[in-house]
Design a protein around this ligand. Structure first.
Ligand code: ATP
Length: 210
């Protein structure tokens, strides 16, 4: 068994992936959030920022010169080809940052569970990179409601939901499925139960052979 196991945490938009990952982090997992890495890849001064402005034009910039994420989102979620162009810029940057973080962890002798939050895990066929995959799901009405609470219109929410594989496909392929339609306390309980199973794959006592 490896000294470090990598778990993929995926699911639909606004299904509760980040919230689930917070519980795993509390329990002792090291969490790598590829959404955060993707956002960072488009920050001013990053190579992804320059590439995105080259591809999509200066109209994606807001007054202070940063990328207007909502405007860029509206462009790419309305058109699969545009989405692919953005993914071609962002995904390599995300992979480099994620792999760099893993190398650092291994160099530091870190042992245990690394959880990688990766919304498009199945869409980019990344399942083989992981020792196990957790899918967090919820009903589409719940997704729409959570996106509305974030200030997205019905059309914006719909475009973002349709840009991903249906939740049922993600759930069908995952090793663990969490149906996040109950309270936050229940989600925490579900994640704690999964954590116990993961710990048996990568005991925290450091007695893991490479
Ligand atoms: P995204 O796809 O946008 O990254 P996500 O899958 O990471 O979203 P979260 O950000 O974890 O989803 O959750 C979306 C919203 O729903 C948050 O405001 C979160 O607090 C809320 N939420 C998640 N799970 C529950 C729950 N069981 N009960 C109530 N609210 C919840």
């Amino acid at each position: 068994m490896n000294s470090l196991i990598q778990i993929g945490l995926t699911g639909g938009i606004a299904s509760g992936k980040t919230t689930a990952a917070v519980t795993l982090a509390t329990l002792g997992a090291h969490v790598i959030d590829t959404d955060a890495l993707a956002r960072r890849a488009l920050d001013p001064g990053m190579p992804g920022f320059e590439a995105a402005v080259r591809v999509f034009g200066r109209e994606i910039l807001n007054a202070d010169g940063a990328i207007d994420r909502e405007r860029l989102g509206d462009i790419v979620f309305a058109d699969a080809q545009q989405r692919q162009r953005l993914n071609d810029i962002v995904h390599p940057e995300v992979r480099t940052a994620w792999q760099g973080e893993l190398i650092e962890l291994k160099r530091a002798g870190w042992r245990g569970v690394v959880t990688v939050v990766i919304p498009l895990l199945y869409e980019v066929a990344a399942q083989d990179w992981f020792d196990a995959v957790i899918a967090v799901g919820c009903a589409e009405t719940t997704q729409r409601q959570r996106l509305r609470e974030r200030g997205l219109s019905g059309a914006q929410a719909e475009a973002r939901i349709r840009a991903q594989l249906p939740m049922t496909a993600k759930m069908e392929h995952a090793d663990f499925v969490v149906w996040n339609e109950c309270s936050l306390a229940v989600l925490e309980q579900q994640m704690t139960r999964i954590w116990k199973r993961l710990e048996s794959l990568a005991p925290a006592d450091g007695n893991i052979s490479d």
